[in-house]
Ligand binder design. Structure first.
Ligand SMILES: *Cc1c(COP(=O)(O)O)cnc(C)c1O
Length: 402
């Protein structure tokens, strides 16, 4: 039991957060870390002993549990065991890592790639490896927390522009000290709002101002573009992103992050990145699963088309009911609720009817814009989406959102 002394700010911080948590628990609005005990296909799961329709999963293509991916992971365990011997530089590099990196590079139409044990770590290390003191790093206001943390860690001058506002990006680019190197970092698809960065415009501004461009494709790889190759394919652009990074934990059912790009860039990162040098390599099963998943995405392109259809059905249905889904164009569908309390009530009403969706509240989103951040995947059938829409409708009426 911690007993805060006067002036002990660490203890005070802990106490203040636990008070907030206890308040939420007292209102039975505590949805933090509800364990899933069983998967039932890609669209259903057992939570608290009940089968629920899953509308909170990042498994966009429904690949979790895919037999080919599972068997690749099992074969890797049989051959190499469950871990590596630590960092890549010592005995940690397996042929599997080299093969995975080649597969990522090929998938992204890049010269080379490097993988890390998470995308969070990839952002920390990529940004702080590329820029430092006397440089400038420029971000969209809604960029992911891991990008923000990477910028802070880098020690570069950290500037931000209004969300997806190209005039404001131009203003910020002009503001950078002459002579400073510039790196612009954006999300491809924004994780709370589901909208897509105006990449053609960002890329043109970067070229005009001599800035490097890095794009986090956590919610774009496997989703955007006809073959799921991501945001450059989506816009029909060639190779305009210098630092192509993304995660192996969302559409791809594994864990890890990667950077793809020009050969020299990847060689540089491998020799300088502290996460590459000082943190353990991806476990064999996860490396093998990620590689197999990239192959499955190319071999089963229907999944991408189904995902697109499902997203259109789900977004169109919510809008027709009168919900505000903000500017989403993807399978990340915010259902705006307003105050935190109302988002909690909406979640409770949905979960009572066995639809598993979760709230996003402040400070993850601005005050007064609490929402359900629902995600639809290729694993949902049109019927399941209709069932979920019916539950959203009755929950929305009960809580006064529609
Ligand atoms: C989820 C996410 C990450 C973190 O990815 P992990 O592989 O889970 O560490 C980074 N960036 C964005 C935009 C994300 O949505």
């Amino acid at each position: 039991m911690i007993m805060p002394q006067d002036g002990d700010r660490i203890a005070q911080r802990i106490e203040a957060m636990l008070e907030r948590v206890n308040g939420i628990k007292a209102h039975e609005h505590y949805y933090f870390n509800q364990p899933v005990t069983e998967l039932r296909g890609g669209s259903r799961a057992i939570v608290r002993g009940r089968e629920m329709l899953m509308f909170a999963s990042y498994g966009y293509l429904g690949l979790l549990g895919h037999p080919r991916i599972n068997s690749a992971a099992k074969a890797a365990i049989d051959k190499y065991g469950t871990g590596t011997h630590g960092v890549r530089l010592l005995a940690g590099t397996l042929d599997l890592h080299i093969e995975l990196e080649a597969a990522i590079a090929s998938f992204k139409h890049a010269e080379d790639a490097v993988c890390f044990s998470s995308d969070y770590v990839t952002n920390l290390t990529a940004i702080s490896t590329l820029v430092g003191r006397n440089d400038a790093v420029i971000c969209d206001k809604l960029d992911h927390a891991s990008i923000v943390d990477g910028c802070i860690l880098s020690g570069a001058d950290f500037l931000r522009f209004r969300h997806n506002d190209m005039n404001d990006l131009e203003r910020v680019l002009r503001k950078v000290e002459p002579g400073a190197s510039k790196l612009v970092v954006v999300d491809a698809v924004f994780s709370m709002d589901g909208d897509i960065i105006d990449l053609p415009h960002v890329a043109r501004l970067c070229r005009e101002h001599g800035a490097w461009l890095m794009v986090d494709e956590a919610h774009s790889l496997g989703m955007l573009g006809k073959t799921g190759r991501g945001i450059e394919e989506h816009f029909g652009l060639g190779d305009v992103v210098d630092v192509k990074m993304g995660t192996l934990s969302k559409a791809i059912p594994s864990v890890g992050g990667y950077v793809a790009g020009k050969k020299e860039l990847i060689q540089y990162i491998k020799h300088v990145s502290r996460a590459f040098i000082f943190s353990a390599a991806l476990p064999p099963a996860q490396a093998a699963a990620a590689k197999a998943a990239l192959e499955v995405i190319l071999d089963e392109p229907d999944r991408i088309e189904i995902l697109r259809r499902n997203a259109a059905q789900f977004i169109g249905g919510l809008k027709a009911l009168g919900f505000d889904t903000m500017n989403t164009e993807t399978a990340i569908v915010p259902v705006l609720c307003g105050p935190d309390e109302r988002a909690y009530e909406m979640v409770r009403a949905c979960q009572r009817e066995n639809v598993f969706a979760l709230p996003v509240v402040s400070p993850a989103v601005p005050d007064g814009t609490a929402r359900l951040r629902a995600t639809v995947t290729a694993a949902h059938s049109p019927d399941e989406i209709e069932q979920a829409l019916a539950v959203f409708e009755s929950a929305g009426r009960k809580t006064g959102i529609i």
